[in-house]
Design a protein. Sequence first.
Length: 218
Amino acid sequence: MRIRPISPDLLVTELTGRLADAATRAATTGPARLRVAVDGAPAAGPDELAAALVDPLRARGRPVLHVRATDFLRPASLRYELGRTNPDSFYENWVDEAGLRREVLDPAGPGGTGRVLPSLWDADADRASRAHYVDLPPGGVVLVSGPLLLGGGLPFDVTVHLELSPAALRRRTEPAQEWALPAFDRYAEEVVPASFADVVVRADDPRRPALVEPGGDG
């Protein structure tokens, strides 16, 4: 593999181009929309990267909806069944993957209606978010951002993984969230998202990301 350093602004520009081109290809096969995962531990900033892609994609003529996995969590009674800081529960049970598929990915997928729910659950209030459905037209892009997105077979068309070294993950994780580190270790070992994601970004230093590309000496 080849590691290509890139500035944060140029990373957004390149990803915008790739996603806009992929959305164009998807639209030629029918009334399709592009479903994109922006996957990474919170310390890697997947929500921030997805948010940064919204305006550039719209400037390229693509309707865009940004959905955060943290708005599709299970109720607290299920998430905290084994305690509030159980890494295995965080890994296996926190995100409502069935809800994410039902309300976002299937409607945005082939043959879907395009009627997408931006959020399902308000984790702070521990109740349904009461969000209104949004109509994403053909040729649109839905960006789903958050951690641990690539291990459950969710139907994404393009996957972007923000990779952190173990040392960077520990260094950049907030002390209050360190209890979740074993879950990210498990994800790296069991799922190995960097081995199959369509785009892999090394994000140890947010000011100096790098794209991992085929070929070269690495």
